[in-house]
Ligand binder design. Structure first.
Ligand SMILES: Nc1ncnc2c1ncn2[C@@H]1O[C@H](COP(=O)(O)OP(=O)(O)OP(=O)(O)O)[C@@H](O)[C@H]1O
Length: 267
């Protein structure tokens, strides 16, 4: 399968993104306190922790949705404290959401095509009339989208409005839309939430395939420990907004602070 236009300057294992000393508060609520970790090119990195630990806030900092009061983010060698989500997306960071965020009345195909918008270069005027350069461009984008539809095995639902699909398939379409951006870093916020066992197995397989076949670096938040341990290369653990552990799944699983955090042992 065709590589998704990744950054060729970095080799697998190089630091793709680093989070340094990030702190984020909402009024008096400290969501993240002085957290540092990195994500290496080609890996599957899990971010775990009990409810309210700051995981979603961290994804929102990484994709520019929240601006931390302290700390900085370095992505592909460029450092920033603040960045708009649209700029983060244009630089190669795509994400999915805890609750599916698709255009429910639009078909699978159109939703995934919407993920290509960022890559469209011809003037809006031409796009409107699907004419001239916009037509040539649309054909090229369509090819990428069709490849993704084949890859995710959703040919049968390509014309179906996504609001009519079962939840597991909606999550798969959302993954497809993020892949259509051909990201260097894919952020998945609880990709298995609300799924039954079979749907979880399917989604796990697709996440592994995206990582193996496209070589896409993935950071995911997930509550299902079995899934986390099976899928991820490294795991960072947050509790009350602080990092309490970081390492290989086996290491993290045996960490006393992590066990206590999950059992709710007070500090
Ligand atoms: N927009 C916001 N305004 C105010 N407080 C917020 C906001 N977003 C998050 N918080 C608070 O920040 C803390 C961390 O929340 P966050 O959603 O990042 O945790 P989480 O680890 O993703 O939790 P969960 O597993 O329940 O999704 C919580 O105390 C939460 O109430």
């Amino acid at each position: 399968m065709r590589a998704p236009g990744g950054d060729t300057r970095l080799a697998p294992g190089d630091v793709l993104l680093s989070v340094e000393g990030v702190s984020l508060s909402f009024g008096g609520v400290k969501a993240i306190t002085d957290v540092s970790f990195d994500i290496r090119k080609g890996e599957i990195r899990a971010i775990i922790g009990p409810n309210g630990a700051g995981k979603t806030s961290m994804l929102n900092v990484i994709n520019g949705f929240y601006h931390p009061q302290q700390g900085r983010i370095t992505f592909k060698g460029a450092t920033r404290q603040k960045m708009r989500p649209s700029v983060a997306a244009a630089q190669g960071i795509a994400r999915t959401f805890q609750n599916v965020a698709l255009f429910k009345g639009m078909s699978t195909l159109d939703n995934i095509m919407a993920g290509r918008t960022l890559k469209m270069r011809s003037p809006f005027f031409w796009q409107l009339f699907r004419h001239g350069p916009a037509l040539t461009e649309e054909i090229a984008h369509r090819k990428v989208v069709e490849e993704i539809i084949d890859f995710l095995e959703i040919q049968a639902i390509r014309k179906t409005p996504v609001g009519k699909l079962p939840y597991g398939l909606q999550k798969r379409v959302e993954l497809g839309r993020a892949l259509a951006m051909q990201p260097d870093l894919l952020l998945l916020d609880e990709p298995m939430a609300g799924m039954n066992l079979e749907e979880k197995e399917d989604m796990s397989r697709f996440i592994l395939d995206v990582n193996n076949q496209y070589g896409t670096t993935i950071a995911l938040i997930e509550h299902d420990m079995g899934v986390v341990m099976d899928l991820s290369d490294r795991v960072v653990v947050l509790e009350y907004g602080r990092k309490i552990a970081d390492g290989a799944p086996d290491e993290v699983k045996r960490n006393k602070q992590v066990i206590d955090a999950y059992l709710g042992v007070p500090h």
